[in-house]
Design a binder for this molecule. Structure first.
Ligand code: AMP
Ligand code: MG
Length: 338
């Protein structure tokens, strides 16, 4: 199959492909999504095939008007309304009991559905010219999510019908996922909308253990995606938990061929290995924006080992932590243990 690269002016063409049961990668404010008609189980099954995604990992349905939620969910509770009012359109996914119209391929057999109203104009236009779209990140399963159209092509050329080039994604990490289908609101995946913001809006919020820890072998994942290997470049990512000075000393004393570091602007020039900066120190939003592109760049440069400093877990930092700790396969070197 030939994969078309479409411009933001060719969204009608993309909508035609979707209506014919095809697959289109679309830019969103989080990462690029691989979209299909959410009501067409066969088209949705094509997403799993193109990505090599396990069939038990459900997809997020994207809408472009609040009224579309009625055909997707069987309940729209008060807390969901508050979150929708406050954070939509934007990088927040809400899990709710699903309606009968949502095919099993989307929900992976669960009785819930994940819904998001993206803010990116190209995504909104594509949805409004077609229908609600099921869309996971547009990468091969396991690798870092794509934050520009080139990343999508690197993974998906020949496997999907088209990509809409909408430039670089703003947030750079996937949406925050909250479930309101459990007894208490629970954060399943941190993202651009922070736990602090959610608590301010709706009060109590549990944070799922899998956000910061590996899932125990026999545990059932609240969000099936959390049990799979994720965000992994080919390089071996190793996290260093210690202060800046310790990080620099550790990397410099382990410098050898094929080693690189993800660092902050302030560290450039202090490290004896090739460096990819994630942004200014403490700028979590910049780090989120750059992380996946940096992991892909490390692979492009042929890096074998990539050292990175363990991020903090406040605000958007929690989302960066959640992704990088998975990229590292939970391998952390603690300063205190040396
Ligand atoms: P992706 O779109 O590739 O970023 O993945 C979507 C994430 O949302 C995965 O971690 C899924 O497991 C999770 N997800 C989607 N639908 C549901 C659902 N109904 N219940 C729990 N988690 C879900
Ligand atoms: Mg994904």
């Amino acid at each position: 199959m030939k994969t078309l690269m479409l411009s933001a002016g060719e969204i009608e063409k993309a909508a035609g492909i979707i209506k014919n049961g095809g697959l289109v990668a679309m830019p969103t404010e989080t990462v690029y999504g691989l979209a299909a008609n959410a009501f067409d189980g066969k088209a949705v099954a094509g997403i799993f095939k193109a990505k090599g995604r396990p069939m038990d990992n459900p997809l997020i349905v994207h809408i472009s008007a609040l009224s579309q939620i009625d055909e997707l969910v069987s309940e729209f509770p008060e807390k969901a309304k508050i979150l929708a009012e406050k954070f939509w359109p934007g990088p927040l996914t809400i899990i709710l009991p699903k309606s009968d119209r949502v095919p099993d391929e989307v929900s992976a057999g669960l009785d819930t559905v994940a819904v998001r109203f993206p803010s990116h104009p190209a995504a909104r236009k594509l949805i409004s010219l077609s229908m609600p779209l099921a869309a996971p990140s547009a990468n091969l399963s396991g690798s870092p999510s794509p934050t520009n159209a080139k990343h999508v092509m690197d993974d998906m050329d020949g496997r999907i019908d088209a990509v809409i080039d909408g430039g670089e994604c703003d947030v750079g990490l996937e949406s925050t996922v909250i479930t309101l289908a459990s007894d208490r609101p629970r954060l399943l995946r941190p993202g651009g909308i922070t736990a602090e913001q959610l608590r301010e809006a709706i009060g109590e919020l549990d944070i799922d253990e899998a956000v910061t820890k590996p899932l125990a072998k026999d545990a059932k994942a609240a969000s099936p995606g959390m049990k799979y290997k994720h965000y992994s470049p080919k390089a071996n990512v190793i996290l260093i938990d210690g202060d800046e000075e310790y990080f620099i000393e550790y990397v410099n004393s382990h410098a050898k061929d094929g080693t690189a570091a993800l660092c902050c602007d302030e560290d450039l020039g202090k490290l004896k290995v090739p460096c990819i900066s994630l942004g200014a120190r403490g700028d979590d939003k910049a780090h989120a924006h750059t992380l996946f592109a940096a992991l892909r760049k490390a692979d492009e440069n042929g890096c074998k080992i990539v050292y990175a400093r363990c991020p903090g877990t406040q605000g958007v930092g929690l989302a960066v932590y959640n992704r990088i700790i998975r990229a590292a396969g939970f391998e952390i070197i603690h300063a205190a243990e040396e």
